[in-house]
Ligand binder design. Structure first.
Ligand code: ZN
Length: 325
C-alpha cells in the first residue's frame, strides 16, 4: 500500500483488493499450491541457480494460477531482453512487481520536493512496520513510480493468513498510517499521497466495527446487510438496517480506531527520527531497498546512536521541517 496507492502498499501484497474477501482467498492457491504451479510453469524455462521458487511463492499471496503463469512469461521476456541465457531471480522480482503494482515509470518527471516526500512517506511505512512487533517482514521499499503510485512498500507474510485477528488488523492500520505520519512529522506537510492509505485504513476500521465485531463499544454485531456494496461506496442508505444514532456511533468508533492507529504511528516515528532520516536518505540515494538493506541501515543507525551517546551525551537529532511553498 503508500504503500500501494497511491496504490501504495504497506502491505501491498496483503492489502490487494480481494484479500479481505474470504471467498476469493479460498479460491486462490495457497503458498504450496503456488509453488507447485510455479514448478509446472518453469519446467521449460532455463533458470539461474539463484531462483528460489519457494520464496516467489511466499511473495505472491493472492496470485491466481493465471497471474503466476503471466509472471513466469514476463520474467522470461525480461531476461531475453537483457540477453541473458537464464532467467534470474531479479527478473522474477521485476515481473512480480509489475504484476503487483504496474509497470515502472522511471521516465515520469518528479520534482525533488515530491521525491523527498515520497521517500519519507515510504520510509515511514517501513519503519513503523519494523517497530511494531509481530509485523510481516518488509520485502521491499521503492520510490520508483509504478502505475499510479509514486512509491511502494511491500511486506511478505510469513504464513498464509485466512483469518485476521484484531491485533493483526490494528497493526495493519498502524502501518497504513505510517506514511502520513512521517510526512507530517518531518516535512510538516500532508500530501494527497496518503489519501489512499487513509481510505484503506477507514475501510478496514469500518469492517472491524460493522462486520467483524472487533469493537468493544459496538459489540459482536453485524451492521448493514450488504457490506460489499457499502464498501464499494454504493447506496449506503439503502442497505442500512440500523438507526441514525447507531450510524453516528459507528462513524465515531471508526474514527477513533483510525485516529488511535495514527497516534501510535506518530509516536513510534517521533521516537525514532534518526532511523527515519537514515531510511529516507538511503531511499533517495538508491531508490529501492530490500529487507536486508533496511535491516543494515537500522542496525547502523542503532550503532551510531550508542556512539553518539558516548561522545555527545544527550544531543538530539535535529528535525528538518519544511513549510509548504
Ligand atoms: Zn502510503
Amino acid at each position: 500500500m503508500s504503500l500501494a496507492l497511491r496504490p501504495d502498499v504497506l502491505d501491498s501484497a496483503l492489502l490487494r483488493p480481494g484479500r479481505f474477501d474470504r471467498q476469493i482467498i479460498v479460491d486462490r492457491p495457497d503458498v504450496r499450491g503456488r509453488e507447485g504451479i510455479l514448478k509446472v510453469h518453469t519446467k521449460k524455462v532455463p533458470l539461474s541457480k539463484d531462483v528460489k521458487l519457494d520464496v516467489l511463492a511466499k511473495g505472491t499471496p493472492g496470485f491466481s494460477g493465471a497471474d503466476l503463469a503471466n509472471m513466469v512469461n514476463e520474467s522470461a521476456l525480461l531476461a531475453s531482453r537483457k540477453n541473458k541465457k537464464k532467467v534470474e531471480m531479479e527478473d522474477f522480482e521485476e515481473a512480480k512487481d509489475k504484476t503487483l503494482m504496474g509497470t515502472e515509470r522511471r521516465s515520469l518527471l518528479i520534482s525533488d520536493e515530491e521525491k523527498k516526500s515520497t521517500a519519507y512517506h515510504e520510509a515511514g511505512h517501513a519503519l513503523v512496520a519494523k517497530l511494531t512487533p509481530g509485523s510481516d517482514p518488509i520485502h521491499k521499499v521503492t520510490i520508483i513510480p509504478r502505475g499510479r503510485a509514486l512509491g511502494a512498500t511491500t511486506s511478505l507474510p510469513i504464513d498464509e493468513k485466512h483469518n485476521y485477528s484484531k491485533a493483526y488488523c490494528e497493526r495493519m492500520l498502524i502501518h497504513l498510517m505510517g506514511g502520513r505520519a512521517a510526512e507530517k512529522l518531518v516535512l510538516n506537510q500532508l500530501t494527497t499521497g496518503a489519501g489512499n492509505d487513509i481510505e484503506r485504513a477507514t475501510e478496514v476500521a469500518r469492517k472491524m466495527v460493522c462486520e467483524w465485531g472487533m469493537s468493544d463499544k459496538m459489540g459482536p454485531m453485524t451492521f448493514g446487510k450488504k457490506q460489499e456494496e457499502i464498501f464499494l461506496g454504493r447506496e449506503i442508505a439503502q442497505h442500512r438496517d440500523y438507526s441514525e444514532e447507531t450510524a453516528r456511533a459507528i462513524d465515531a468508533e471508526v474514527k477513533k480506531i483510525v485516529e488511535t492507529a495514527s497516534e501510535i504511528s506518530e509516536k513510534l516515528l517521533s521516537g525514532n527520527l534518526d532511523k527515519l532520516h537514515a531510511l529516507a536518505e538511503a531511499l533517495l540515494a538508491k531508490e529501492i531497498l530490500d529487507g536486508d538493506a533496511i535491516d543494515e541501515i537500522l542496525n547502523l543507525s542503532d550503532k551510531n546512536k550508542s556512539k553518539k551517546k558516548a561522545t555527545t551525551a544527550g544531543k538530539k537529532n535535529t528535525k528538518t521541517s519544511k513549510k509548504d511553498s
